[in-house]
Design a binder for this molecule. Sequence first.
Ligand SMILES: Cc1cc2nc3c(=O)[nH]c(=O)nc-3n(C[C@H](O)[C@H](O)[C@H](O)COP(=O)(O)OP(=O)(O)OC[C@H]3O[C@@H](n4cnc5c(N)ncnc54)[C@H](O)[C@@H]3O)c2cc1C
Ligand code: SF4
Ligand code: SF4
Length: 421
Amino acid sequence: MTKARLSLQQVVDGGLCSGCGACAYAQRDEIRMTDVPDAGLRPTPVDPEARTLPEGDGAAVCPGGELGLDASDFGTDTIADLRAGWGPVRQLWEGAAADNELRYSGSSGGAASALALYALEAEQYEGVLHIAAREDIPYLNQTVISRSRAELLARTGSRYAPASPCDGLAAIEEGEGPFVFIGKPCDVAATRKARRLRPELDRNLGLTIAFFCAGVPSTRGTLEMLEKMGVSDPSTLRSLRYRGNGWPGKATAVYSDEGDGTTSAQLSYEESWGSVLTRHVQWRCRLCADHTGEFADIAVGDPWYRPVEPGEAGSSLVLARTERGRDFVLGAMTAGYLIAKPAAPDVLPRSQPNLLSVRGAVWGRIMTLRLIGAYSPSFRGLKTFRFWCSQLSPKAKLMSVVGTIKRCLKRRMHPAFHRSR
Ligand SMILES: Cc1cc2nc3c(=O)[nH]c(=O)nc-3n(C[C@H](O)[C@H](O)[C@H](O)COP(=O)(O)OP(=O)(O)OC[C@H]3O[C@@H](n4cnc5c(N)ncnc54)[C@H](O)[C@@H]3O)c2cc1C
Ligand code: SF4
Ligand code: SF4
């Protein structure tokens, strides 16, 4: 039996929105993205009188309620041992941007930016759609098009805060030549859905790059991190990086001090992500079966399988997921933009050792939501049940079920709370 597609309003009410912004692209006159500080970026109707999100193409491009991989995505040349837990992987490497500045300022080894630079300089791409800090409010993000090395360099680094890169897909659709899209796995999954609906987007979307993503913290997480750094008034902030400038690098806030100067404060990756931001991750991320960009041409992440040596400039794990992705990585290596060596398949699970149990817990959470009549996402071709069986202890299973019921009720995500609409 096919599950009926959820409306955008049901996706949002049920806590299934990841904030990708694809609905705001698909219904651009009707929907805009708004930051909800305790949740994330969420679609809101442009019409201030509207009580619900308007129906339209948004639901068809939304990755919140449904995602699916087909047999054709796996083909015959993907690595058999990785298919169930990690999706289609045709080849993997460990490496870094050949450009030392990109490598150093990049989040891991600057591979995403190096591949984008290769596209701009050697493959005649028109632009790169991705994310940057807002200049006026540096703890918020904006969607941007980069067309030069200088712009790519200024926008390196992971931003552990809400971002909706898909709200800028119209720029790709209306462009002349091919574009690179960089985003989280759910952002890239949304572009896959959107390109099926819009031929002009499909024509101009030359390459998609996803980075590994454990979850996006709300703006409240950033504000709490700033407080911990001693920035009690966010309006004094001049710039904010979450990591990069080394590997993984430090969260660095530069803010106006009481005199005329600026002061900077730093937190280690463990202090920022590990002890503050991770507690503010949005609920949809707890239901996410794709943390490694299974819908992208290329996925990049941290090779955490080995300890980071003091002073290391940075290193990236690079996965070719499609044939186009593999050709592109090989082209970037041949042209000298990316320096990388082949990695063994087991480097992926060793780099992200908890992701299989995370995937298993997702199965339990979704089943729990279904049993209590709440909205839940459905996944096709992304295996979860086998990891529920093999990766979680009985205690972890119980905690996953009880925690899901508690959160669903506490955050008013059950349809019973929204019947009066
Ligand atoms: C929310 C979040 C969760 C993460 N979780 C993991 C994880 O579980 N495991 C892991 O290995 N790595 C994780 N990372 C880090 C990221 O996957 C790696 O650093 C990746 O290797 C990219 O490094 P790079 O040096 O190639 O990127 P860079 O060359 O520095 O480029 C980074 C690119 O990401 C874009 N970007 C930054 N923040 C966002 C955002 N919030 N939304 C959309 N695009 C953005 C930038 O515009 C830029 O194009 C996470 C990053 C983020 C933002
Ligand atoms: S997941 Fe994306 S497309 Fe779906 S409602 Fe949220 S912002 Fe819109
Ligand atoms: S964890 Fe999954 S749903 Fe959440 S932001 Fe990352 S890719 Fe999107």
